[in-house]
Design a binder for this molecule. Structure first.
Ligand code: NAP
Length: 240
């Protein structure tokens, strides 16, 4: 029988205090998982919503999660991410490095720490990375974000190739335009916000909760044969 249940599974979600990470944490908990809400800010609200617990992790140090998997964890969601906007001619090295460290370097080394621990225990697991439409498209004025999210898609496929036969499924979700802190600047610009809306076949911006179902699916037994996929949850944006 097909199962979407996560009963008996323990999940760690990064950047779980708000936005997409919080919605995924709630979705995983609703599907039965015990959730560790990881963040640089307090995840108290998410803990209250999920009944889980919190772990402080700040990916200003991309190796921050190296000791996070001493206890058995079945599901890792690499959601923490940042964006910096400026014309490419003016873009600073700091804005390049900070975004690449959180969005790409930390994702790789968190995956590595998770897999090392899982393989040492003889266990499999699930990794879900949060990619973006800018894993496929160029975007504008977000060079380090686009480079990092193209990197996340590539890394997801590479790690799937290395770990699929070892029982670790590595996949990604590419959210469309979702109403979170990440897109606050876009939504504050009425012309830009309307132009984006006009191009979304679903006729609305996404909500963080729209991403949770895909995460539950990829974490569940139903997705056992899904490896290296980047699943668009974008209201049809990329189909257009
Ligand atoms: P958000 O509300 O800005 O959430 C970003 C999360 O990442 C927050 O929990 C944030 O913590 C955390 N974070 C940032 N820097 C961190 C660090 N150094 N260490 C640990 N955690 C850190 O935006 P969101 O939209 O939910 O973003 C979640 C993911 O979805 C990101 O990877 C983003 O790129 C991706 N995404 C979003 C959209 C969209 O339309 N919103 C579309 C495609 C992809 P603080 O609250 O403490 O800053």
């Amino acid at each position: 029988m097909i199962s979407f249940s996560l009963a008996g599974k323990r999940a760690l979600v990064t950047g779980a205090n708000t936005g997409i990470g919080q919605a995924i944490a709630v979705g995983l908990a609703e599907a039965g998982a015990e959730v560790i809400a990881a963040g640089r800010s307090s995840c108290a609200e998410t803990v209250a919503l999920t009944g889980g617990r919190e772990l402080r992790l700040d990916f200003a140090d991309p190796m921050a999660a190296k000791d996070a998997f001493a206890e058995p964890i079945d599901i890792l969601v690499n959601n923490a991410g940042i964006i910096r906007r400026a014309d490419s001619v003016d873009f600073t090295e700091a804005d390049w490095d900070e975004v690449m460290d959180v969005n790409l370097k930390a994702v790789f080394f968190t995956c590595q720490a998770f897999a090392k621990a899982a393989l040492a225990r003889g266990a499999g697991g699930r990794i879900i990375n949060i990619a973006s439409l800018l894993s496929f498209q160029g975007g504008i004025r977000v060079p380090s974000y686009t480079a990092s999210k193209h990197g996340v898609a590539g890394l997801t496929k590479l790690l799937a190739n290395e770990w699929a036969a070892k029982g670790i499924n590595v996949n990604a979700i590419a959210p469309g335009y979702i109403e979170t802190n990440n897109t606050e600047a876009l939504r504050a610009d009425p012309a830009r916000s309307q132009a984006i809306l006009d191009r979304i076949p679903a006729g609305r911006w996404g909500e963080a909760a729209d991403i949770a179902g895909a995460a539950v699916f990829l974490a569940s037994p139903a997705a056992a044969y899904v490896h290296g996929a980047v699943l668009n949850v974008d209201g049809g944006w990329l189909a257009r």
